[in-house]
Each structure stands twice: as structure tokens, then as C-alpha cells.
Ligand binder design. Structure first.
Ligand code: IMP
Length: 200
């Protein structure tokens, strides 16, 4: 069976990508399983740059076809912040997801509601020969001033998805995987992923 390395240590992303890629005949590998400990500086100016950097570094190191996701939350009232910096958006060191949600809400407090926002995901797929392919996805909603729900990760408890009248953290994982930015990006990646896997 062909193999695909998922270049992330974010357990939330790994769980979602495993479910989203289930229908492909592929064995998914994680850096932990492969004892790979790379530090990839996410200093690119775009999601594509960061995703490509991660995918290429892991692919080069492992020799396997590799998929990396670079994603973020873009809030209109904050001119698109935290955006590329979503994973590191907090004034203190060693901040948790909960700290980042609190910090975001503090920054939004003076701004009039609704706080429209969207999640973005860029997927990069790198071959061991150094080629890179991209796919993107978005999910539109708004930020709520209080947390709701226990599922998901990151900003999910404060991201309201109007069509379901629930926050992302109130959706089941199957529901989130039907509507999320990551689900859309994976869907858009399938037309490059399938041939690469069968060629591999
Ligand atoms: P990165 O792609 O490793 O730079 O991290 C993306 C960051 O964006 C995550 O650490 C989360 O804070 C946020 N994020 C991305 N996707 C989601 C999601 O599906 N739910 C909640 N937060 C997300």
C-alpha cells in the first residue's frame, strides 16, 4: 500500500486528516511514528510558503510523499489577524489554545459585532524529488464572545458556523469534516494526491 507522511505534530490536525484521507488506499505515517523530530521555522509570508517548507523538509528527511497543512483563522475586524500567526497568537510564552482564544476575544471586545471570520487551510504535497503541489480551502462564520462545545481544537469553541447554528466545537468530528476549511482543501488536493500515490 502507498504511504503518505503527515507533516505535523498537532494532534487535532492529525485526527482530522486521518478521517479525511480514509477513503484513499494509503497508509498514513506521522512524524512521531517515524521518530522524526524536525524543527521547521514557520517564517514564510504566506500559507503556501509555510506549508511547502514543512512538506519539503519532512519529505526530504523521510523519503516519503508528504502532506503538510498550514492553516489559520482570519478575523475581518482585526484585518485578518491572527491569520498566519494563529498558532502563536498570544502575548505570553508557552500559551495554550485557551490563552489564544482569550487573547483574541480581548482584542475583539472594543469592535462592533458580528465578528465575521473564516478559517483558511493550504495543503502542500511534496514528493521526495522536490516537487510541490498546493490545494486550498476556506470555511466562513463568525467569532462568538463566549466558548461553546468541547470538540475540535484551537479556535473551534468560539467559531460559529451559521449553517449548522453551532460552533465548530459543538459539531461532531464527522460534521466538522464535511464543512471545514481542511476538508475543502483535502477535497481539492485529491486530484493530485491520487495519481501521485498510484505512481509512487
Ligand atoms: P499551523 O498551521 O501549524 O501554523 O497552525 C494553525 C493554527 O490555526 C492552529 O494551531 C489553530 O490555532 C488554528 N487552526 C487551524 N485550523 C483550525 C481548526 O480547524 N480549528 C481551530 N483552530 C484551527
Amino acid at each position: 500500500m502507498p504511504k503518505l507522511l503527515i507533516a505535523t505534530s498537532n494532534q487535532g490536525k492529525i485526527k482530522e486528516l486521518e478521517a479525511l484521507l480514509k477513503k484513499l488506499d494509503v497508509e498514513l505515517l506521522t512524524p512521531t511514528q517515524m521518530n522524526l523530530q524536525l524543527t521547521v521555522e514557520e517564517d514564510g509570508k504566506t500559507y503556501q510558503e509555510n506549508a511547502a517548507k514543512k512538506a519539503l523538509a519532512y519529505s526530504r528527511e523521510s523519503g516519503w510523499l508528504t502532506l503538510a497543512d498550514d492553516s489559520g483563522l482570519e478575523v475581518d475586524a482585526l484585518n485578518g489577524a491572527p491569520g498566519l500567526h494563529s498558532a502563536r497568537y498570544a502575548p505570553k510564552a508557552n500559551a495554550t489554545d485557551a490563552d489564544r482564544r482569550r487573547y483574541l476575544l480581548e482584542n475583539l471586545k472594543p469592535k462592533p459585532r458580528p465578528w465575521s471570520a473564516h478559517f483558511h487551510a493550504t495543503i502542500a504535497i511534496a514528493t521526495p524529488q522536490g516537487q510541490v503541489y498546493f490545494a486550498e480551502g476556506n470555511c466562513y462564520g463568525e467569532i462568538l464572545p463566549e466558548e461553546r462545545g468541547e470538540n475540535g481544537f484551537g479556535y473551534d469553541p468560539i467559531f460559529y458556523f451559521p449553517e449548522a447554528q453551532k460552533t465548530m466545537a459543538e459539531l461532531s468530528s464527522a460534521e466538522k469534516n464535511r464543512i471545514s476549511h481542511r476538508a475543502a482543501a483535502v477535497k481539492n488536493a485529491l486530484h493530485v494526491l491520487r495519481p501521485l500515490l498510484s505512481a509512487g
